[in-house]
Structure formats: C-alpha cells, structure tokens
Design a protein around this ligand. Structure first.
Ligand code: G6P
Ligand code: MG
Length: 228
C-alpha cells in the first residue's frame, strides 16, 4: 500500500453517511428502542453500537438475538417497515445544522480541487438525508442501500462508487466509522480513513476524530507517513 500512496494520485473520495457525514445513529436508536420496548426486549445505547453500518434487517435480527426471540420472515419485514416509518419521522425533521462539523467545508474544498466524490452507504434513506442536510449537490455519485445487494464488509458499495466516478480503486480513499466499512474498503483495495477511535477501528490506515480542521492534502500526507 505504501508504494501506492507515493506513486499514485488520490482522485476519488468515498464517504459513508451515518457517523461520517451526520449522526443519525441516535435516530436509528430511538426508532429501534421503541420497537424493542414493544417486544419487551432490553435494548441499550451500548447495544446500538452493534447496529452501526449494519443493514436494517440484520439490525432487527441482532435485537431479536438480544431478546432471545425469533420471528417469521413476514413478521421481520413488518417490523422493519414499522421501524423505518418511525425513523423517517425523525429524518424528516433533520436540519442543515446537523451536518457533522467540518464536513460541508471539507467536501466543498475537495470538489473545488478536482476530487471526485461519491457516497457509499447501506442506508436506503440516503438521498432523503442528503437532501435534508442540503449537501446532495456536493456528491458526484450516490451509491446507497437501494443500489447494492451485499452488505459491508463486502466491497460492492465502494467498488460501485469508484466505478461510477471512473476512478481506479487504488486511487480512492474511503471515510468510514464502522469496522465493517474499513474492512470493505480494504477488500476493494482502497485506503481507509477511520472516523472514530482506535479501539473501534483498529484496522484503519489513518484515524481522525472527524473532518473538522483537516484538508484532503493533509490526509494524503499522513497516509504516506503512516505507511512509510
Ligand atoms: C447505515 C447505518 C445502519 C443502518 C443502515 C441501513 O449503515 O449505520 O445503522 O441500519 O445504514 O439504513 P436504513 O436507513 O436503510 O434503514
Ligand atoms: Mg457509518
């Protein structure tokens, strides 16, 4: 990898949504919590960590595992719909102020410098969320949960993202807050910048607390240094 950072120019930036661009985890939690309460399943914010980067259906299955409950496929489907309806009541009230610190500036500057930018998210609500935040136009391409069939750590979402940007995989950096997303980036042969702590993201090539007060050049420089 170190040779790649040195020799190849970074041209494509792929962003996860939840936890990188906006903190929607708190709204996912509130919606799942209501469902869990209704089913008599104890569900905590600690448990919610396990749902980050995980698909809607798999999230429900994790909650059912916590409660030692099983449901038919049909009931699972109904519960996922119920959860999403509740989640949407929160998402529809999202405001532009909820974009995480520094994200709008980082994206705007990177675009102005000629980087190609794509979203790579498991969420099927991604377009609505970007719209609410007023940042949809900052993305050249949007690959979301409606476009992919395989969940992270499968690299599908990032491979589709790089292809749609017409940038080779090893010229891309992925920004992710979930371990499965870091793994997906590596599975695609891309660099992975972790947004979070080394405790949660030990495999990241570089760790950042967020995208505030940092430029893309600084990130490329640090990736080089880490890999020396
Ligand atoms: C992201 C979030 C997950 C969520 C998934 C599906 O990966 O981190 O917590 O379950 O998207 O989101 P959706 O909006 O389609 O239910
Ligand atoms: Mg995420």
């Amino acid at each position: 990898m170190q040779e790649i950072v040195k020799k190849k120019e970074i041209k494509g930036l792929l962003f996860d949504l939840d936890g990188v661009i906006v903190d929607t985890a708190k709204y996912h939690y509130l919606a799942w919590k209501k469902l869990a309460d209704d089913m008599g399943i104890p569900f905590t914010t600690g448990n919610n960590e396990r749902l980050k980067g995980v698909s809607r259906k798999r999230s429900l299955e994790i909650i059912l595992e916590i409660g030692n409950l099983s449901l038919s496929e049909e009931e699972k489907e109904k519960n996922c719909e119920k959860k999403n309806a509740l989640y949407l009541t929160y998402i529809k009230q999202l405001t532009e102020e909820e974009v995480l610190p520094g994200v709008r500036k980082f994206l705007t500057e990177a675009r102005a410098k000629g980087y190609k930018i794509a979203l790579g998210s498991a969420s099927r609500n991604a377009v609505l969320i970007l719209d609410r935040l007023g940042i949809k136009e900052l993305f050249d391409e949007i690959i979301d949960g409606n476009a992919v069939s395989k969940a992270k750590p499968d690299p599908e979402v990032f491979i589709m993202g790089a292809k749609s940007l017409k940038v080779p995989y090893d010229n891309c950096i992925v920004f992710e807050d979930a371990a499965a997303g870091i793994e997906a980036a590596h599975n695609a042969g891309m660099f992975a910048v972790g947004i979070g702590s080394s405790e949660n993201l030990p495999q990241a090539d570089l760790l950042l607390p967020g995208l505030n007060n940092i430029t893309i050049e600084e990130i490329c420089k640090r990736l080089q240094e880490v890999r020396k």
